[in-house]
Design a protein around this ligand. Structure first.
Ligand code: ZN
Length: 450
């Protein structure tokens, strides 16, 4: 039997294995079912013909499920699947139509926390490898599975795992853990992720909140913080910190062509959010460029004084702001932190305290890498059409893979854009699970051929 045909006939098995995974809660934020789920995933790999073991770093760190199968016909190329077996908390429980870990199927949908993110994506990779093994007795290239258990809490140890098992994990390409499919059933092939720097800035002036009549004498920390914030960015979004963009390089010709071809309906987007215009009045290609490759400085939250009902004449004792900076390739989070610190100091804001929560670099696969056309060809064959995307506007731990393993990473998958991931009633679409599994089969074949 042909490999793609096998995917068609094996769907009941794919669905039941996915349901088994969904029914095992694995909430990393609460350390609920993590060990149990790692064991279960390892068993499903083995059952599907993929030798598997559980790797550990140290106590208190979620185990990593590893799978590896060597190709008999072509052992020179290795493709890695990076996924995660942990899920987001299912709360609020009362908004679910069925229990969150039911794995219930209703028509074309399978419901449950993790149905898509990321157990649904993982099962497409496993079943694609199984289909190759069952129909040809081999895989077209060497395959490695790296399935972590801390993605939903920020992948705190993936870098350490990659460093410790650098040799074991060595590969020539990585298929990322997710990939979106748009409302016209076109998979979006993502070539990168932005980085992130999350900081908290605060100013404390007096020991206590005071009567606001004293604003004649006591400095207001909220005003102070606003003055500091005003120096970080202009009203069009350009970051004013010295050397912030120093290492950033321009888009390549090929990148620009991809950006130009990527569909983006400004009107639909604006209507969705109820907004009239974009930051800096951007439009057309400039709006698209900003989304895939623009650095941002975003105020995520600002707290000070009284914001309850009615009036309260109070002079707050302190003010606090949380800021996320999205970083683009070549920006080193450590350098950017120093630049931010130096900026505040040089502008006379040494009294502004800074706390750093998270720093992660951006990663992007070169759009002219042959891996890109191998994935695109597979996606076009199965889905009829696909869209290339230079970089996701969000952040994921892609940088350590590119940096440590020196392998290009591409995201492609079955995540329907409106599949409610991280929300109540998350579901996976059976038709997309099937297509993605076939697409992964073709990616392995294309990858093995070269
Ligand atoms: Zn997620």
């Amino acid at each position: 039997m042909n490999t793609l045909k096998h995917v068609d006939t094996n769907m009941a098995n794919l669905i039941s294995d996915l349901q088994t995974m969904i029914r095992q809660p694995s909430v990393s934020a609460k350390n609920e079912g993590i060990e149990e789920c790692a064991t279960l995933v390892s068993k499903i790999l083995k059952k599907s013909g993929i030798p598997s073991e559980i790797l550990r770093l140290k106590k208190g760190v979620a185990p990593l499920v590893y799978g590896e199968i060597k190709s008999k016909q072509n052992s020179s190329k290795t493709l890695m699947f990076y996924n995660h077996y942990d899920v987001q908390p299912a709360e609020p429980f009362d908004l679910w139509d069925d229990p969150p870990f039911s794995g219930k199927r209703k028509g074309n949908k399978i419901f449950g926390r993790g149905a898509t993110d990321d157990k649904g994506e993982l099962i497409t990779r496993i079943k694609a490898v199984e289909a190759c093994l069952k129909t040809t007795g081999d895989v077209p290239c060497n395959i490695k599975f790296v399935i972590e258990g801390e993605e939903e809490t920020g992948s705190a140890h993936i870098e350490e795992y990659l460093k410790k098992y650098k040799k074991k994990f060595s590969c020539d390409g990585v298929i990322w853990e997710f990939g979106y499919v748009d409302s016209e059933n076109r998979p979006i092939i993502g070539l990168g992720m932005k980085g992130l720097l999350f900081v908290e800035l605060s100013v404390t002036e007096s020991n206590i909140d005071a009567h606001s009549s004293l604003a004649a004498l006591i400095k207001n920390p909220a005003w102070r913080l606003i003055e500091a914030l005003k120096t970080l960015r202009d009203s069009d979004g350009k970051i004013l910190i010295k050397d912030w963009y120093k290492e950033v390089t321009a888009f390549s010709k090929k990148d620009l062509e991809i950006i130009r071809n990527e569909p983006f309906d400004e009107t639909v987007f604006k209507n969705e959010f109820g907004i009239k215009s974009f930051l800096g009045n951007k439009s057309g290609i400039n709006a698209k460029k900003a989304l895939v490759g623009g650095a941002t400085c975003n105020i995520a939250g600002f707290v000070s004084g009284y914001t309850g009902d009615g009036a309260k004449t109070v002079l707050p004792g302190n003010a606090l702001v949380k800021i996320d900076f999205r970083l683009v390739p070549k920006m080193d989070p450590k350098k950017q932190i120093m630049r931010l610190k130096n900026h505040l100091k040089s502008k006379g804001f040494s009294d502004v305290k800074m706390k750093i929560y998270h720093g992660e670099a951006a990663a992007r696969t070169d759009s002219s890498d042959p891996f890109v056309s191998q994935v695109k060809d597979a996606a076009d064959k199965v889905f009829g059409k696909s869209i290339l995307n230079v970089s996701n506007a969000g952040t994921g731990p892609m940088f350590p893979f590119v940096d440590i393993l020196k392998a290009p990473c591409i995201s492609i998958g079955s995540t329907y854009m409106f599949s409610k991931i991280h929300s109540p009633n998350e579901f996976a679409r059976v038709d997309l699970l099937k297509k993605t599994t076939k697409c992964i089969c073709l990616i392995m074949q294309n990858f093995g051929k070269t």
